[in-house]
Design a protein around this ligand. Structure first.
Ligand SMILES: [Zn+2]
Length: 231
């Protein structure tokens, strides 16, 4: 059976408002993919292509060497924990290619930018943002993702589905915005331009794609070299 690539998020409620950590460095681990190691330097160059402040709610990106199953039906690739502001890429990453892992970091980073996590929003803005997403998931033209359909079929709370819908549309915005409706794009850009008014979507999209391909090539070349050495 084809393995499903999903993210599952450990959303831990926090009773304190998120802290703005815009200028703090992020601690990044090397991550093991199916083809080999993605270095922390590679991940750092990848996250530099995101809007200014997009990773301000992320303290660290960790790789969990031990196997951890967080749902009996699907295998997660990443989690974001609000209380510690940590992205964790799970051991299952060893079965995935580097691009799927970068996509997981991309998805998880959106959880640090939603109406619950983001430190740069007023209470009115938080409410509007959350309501905008709730409206979108009730719309017939919403983005169709297996993960979202799965959560809905499982009977998850609509608020939890909304959190995941936001992360999925944010991921698509950064890798393939052509898949999104104008309504979804407007919600994302409203948030991005609040964080980074000078954000240049086209230039950074090209840069992100080049860096993503470069990271894939770095890992794949090393994999081929290791394979040759084994012969
Ligand atoms: Zn998620």
């Amino acid at each position: 059976m084809k393995r499903r690539i999903f993210c599952l998020c450990l959303i831990i409620l926090s009773f304190t408002l998120p802290t703005n950590t815009q200028n703090r460095p992020i601690k990044i681990d090397n991550i093991e993919s199916r083809l080999g190691t993605i270095t922390s330097a590679d991940i750092e160059s990848f996250i530099r292509t995101f809007p200014r402040g997009w990773f301000s709610g992320v303290k660290s990106i960790k790789f969990l060497p031990e196997y951890k199953m967080i749902d009996d039906k699907l295998e997660g690739l990443g989690t974001y924990t609000r209380s510690s502001r940590e992205i964790e890429i799970l051991n299952s990453a060893r079965g995935f290619d580097p691009i799927s892992i970068l996509n997981a970091i991309n998805h998880e980073s959106a959880h640090a930018n939603d109406w619950i996590s983001c430190a740069d929003l007023t209470s009115v803005e938080r409410e509007e943002f959350g309501n905008d997403i709730l409206l979108r998931i009730k719309s017939p033209d919403r983005l169709k993702r297996r993960y979202i359909e799965y959560l809905e079929a499982k009977g998850e709370f609509i608020e939890d589905i909304a959190v995941e819908y936001w992360a999925e549309i944010a991921l698509q915005y950064f890798i393939n915005p052509g898949r999104l409706t104008q309504e979804d794009i407007l919600i994302i850009e409203k948030h991005i331009f609040k964080l980074d008014p000078g954000y240049d979507q086209i230039t950074t999209a090209i840069e992100r794609e080049e860096i993503t391909n470069q990271i894939f090539n770095n890992v794949a070349e090393k994999y081929l070299e290791d394979m040759k050495a084994l012969r």
